[in-house]
Design a protein around this ligand. Structure first.
Ligand code: C2E
Ligand code: MG
Ligand code: MG
Ligand code: MG
Length: 285
């Protein structure tokens, strides 16, 4: 899937064919030791403000450097970690590491304005009783401001959640942590439900922006995005678009009023040092 571009050291293998080639139980068995052995690492993909092209933060995306199979993408092991419960300590590690990195970026003045970091939460992390305490502990130990952290949860993970189940997220939002609804538009939640969720950002799924890769843009996709942006802004939510692969797409999405973009057009996920060169490029252009 991810073809090597500008200085990438490897290619993430195709999730489907690889999942077949590598036995599930094999991967599942070595997951716990992999965490102890430090085989996981994080790549960061910049989030760019559409109105001026500056970097506002980055999403942390976990990878596994498997001693035999090489670099595995999250689609190949997150579901296994989720079903075995290892996702909780793994997710805690990702959060800790990403917060430390974001704090370092801030100290180095890596981007214009306060640098922020986005971290994905899986459904079992959301339901885990220590989510709030773990997050507060990470913020305390890293010294990261809560407003510099965005937790991404998928629409599907929240469908049907009642007030009680939403309370941890609400507590985090009250602390100033940004909550984003990831892969928005792929689930089946009704839109009025949005009002009840403690979210501040919608991350519009890639499937909605594909029709804007070339000019003229697909008129139906344009109408859909227009509608979502208008709804989001009415509810005081910001809109991030994922999967922006071309300049044409970025321009369409900017005109449609989307706030932030992420995708290969700007940068593939990469090592944390890459954020420096990117901000410099942005500042220079
Ligand atoms: P996601 O959160 O929706 O992340 C965006 C995915 O889109 C990433 O795939 C990213 O590499 C890919 N992407 C970015 N720009 C483009 C583009 O322009 N075109 C295309 N075609 N793809 C693009 P990745 O890294 O394979 O991650 C897949 C999913 O794994 C993530 O989807 C997220 O749901 C999950 N994930 C990643 N890291 C973590 C983690 O630390 N914890 C948990 N629980 N889940 C994670
Ligand atoms: Mg995400
Ligand atoms: Mg997403
Ligand atoms: Mg997605």
């Amino acid at each position: 899937r991810a073809k090597a571009a500008g200085g990438n050291r490897y290619e993430l293998a195709d999730a489907d064919s690889d999942a077949r080639a590598i036995a599930r139980h094999d991967l599942t068995n070595c997951l716990p030791a992999a965490l102890d052995n430090g085989e996981f690492f994080i790549e960061y993909q910049p989030l760019v403000r559409l109105h001026d092209g500056t970097v506002r933060g980055a999403e942390a995306l976990v990878r596994w450097l498997h001693p035999v199979h090489g670099v595995l993408g999250p689609d190949q092991f997150i579901p296994l970690a989720e079903s075995t419960g290892l996702i909780v300590p793994l997710g805690r590690w990702v959060l800790q590491e990403a917060a430390r990195q974001a704090r370092a970026w801030r100290a180095e003045g890596t981007c214009e304005g306060p640098m922020r970091v986005n971290v994905n939460l899986s459904p079992s992390q959301l339901r885990h009783p220590s989510l709030v305490a773990d997050t507060v502990a990470v913020l305390d130990s890293s010294g990261l401001d809560p407003s510099a952290l965005c937790l991404e949860v998928t629409e599907n993970a929240l469908i049907g959640a009642d007030e009680e189940e939403l309370r941890p997220l609400r507590q985090l939002a009250d602390l100033g942590v940004d909550i984003a609804l990831d892969d928005f538009g792929t689930g089946y939640s009704n839109l009025s439900y949005l009002r009840r969720l403690p979210v501040s950002t919608l991350k519009l799924d890639r499937s909605f922006t594909r029709g804007m890769q070339c000019a003229p843009a697909d008129p139906v996709d344009v109408k859909i995005v227009e509608g979502i942006v208008s709804l989001a802004h009415t509810l005081d939510l910001s809109v991030t678009v994922e999967g922006v692969e071309t300049g044409t797409q970025a321009e369409h999405l900017r005109i449609l009023g989307c706030d932030t973009a992420q995708g290969w057009y700007y940068a593939r996920p990469g090592p944390p040092e890459r954020l420096h060169t990117l901000s410099l490029v942005d500042a220079a252009s």
